[in-house]
Design a protein around this ligand. Structure first.
Ligand code: DC
Length: 219
């Protein structure tokens, strides 16, 4: 097992972009676990599976082949060989991903794959339960958070980049709903690990967020 850096926190806290850059600077492998839950959710939407049909949903999670690939400086996600990087960022996927990721069987399957991914690599893994559940013994744990309005404003740009125009109010509503489900679910909810370092990014620039984490690791 290599060095494991766990970064958890809610959507829009800056964790994806920061984790990616920290991994690049340290030469570590970057793993976006939210993208894995989103990929399973996309497949459920495409196959029109009922959200209550947990057996079918678990089957999809078990059968879906999720891979990450860097093409230039863009991080791509492949589902059964198809590039679905943009599609998993849609508002439709965002609105269904929290209920899907609350299913115990889905979490078990994906957490196991996440542990396997870290077998022989140094990794930066980001998500909701990395420091609490996937790698409770991670070498470094960070918990990123920010004011909800700032988080929503960051998300607006993400939606614009895939051609979806949402208002701040709509995104605040989406984030509040997701935060509530993610942090109150029974199985490995979103929660700061007791030994995680909190990084509040409300007033931090991207560069400052990255620097803060890299400095702690290099010390
Ligand atoms: O980070 P994100 O917005 O792409 O994550 C999408 C959803 O996936 C999030 O609302 C909850 C779920 N998720 C999870 O339950 N556990 C993780 N480790 C990562 C994401």
């Amino acid at each position: 097992m290599g060095i494991i850096i766990a970064i958890d926190g809610p959507a829009g806290s800056g964790k994806s972009s920061t984790a990616k850059e920290v991994a690049r600077r340290l030469g570590f492998t970057y793993i976006d676990t939210g993208a894995m839950y989103r990929s399973v959710t996309l497949e459920i939407i495409r196959r029109k599976i009922d959200i209550c049909d947990e057996d079918q949903i678990e089957k999809i999670a078990r059968e879906s082949r999720i891979q990450f690939q860097w093409i230039g400086d863009k991080h791509h996600i492949l589902l059964n060989g198809e590039d679905i990087s943009d599609e998993i960022r849609s508002a439709d996927v965002a609105s269904l991903v929290s209920p899907v990721s609350a299913i115990a069987g889905v979490r078990k399957i994906l957490a196991e794959r996440q542990r396997q991914m870290a077998q022989d690599d140094n990794i930066v893994m980001e998500g909701r339960d990395i420091g609490t559940n996937v790698f409770p013994d991670a070498d470094f744990k960070f918990y990123m958070d920010a004011d909800i309005r700032v988080r929503a404003e960051r998300r607006i740009k993400d939606y614009q980049s895939i051609g979806q125009e949402l208002t701040v109010v709509e995104i605040v509503r989406e984030l509040e709903k997701r935060d509530k489900i993610d942090s109150s679910r029974l199985h490995s909810p979103l929660k700061k690990a007791d030994d995680a370092i909190i990084i509040d990014t409300t007033n931090l620039s991207f560069e400052e967020q990255v620097e803060k984490i890299v400095k702690i690791i290099q010390q």
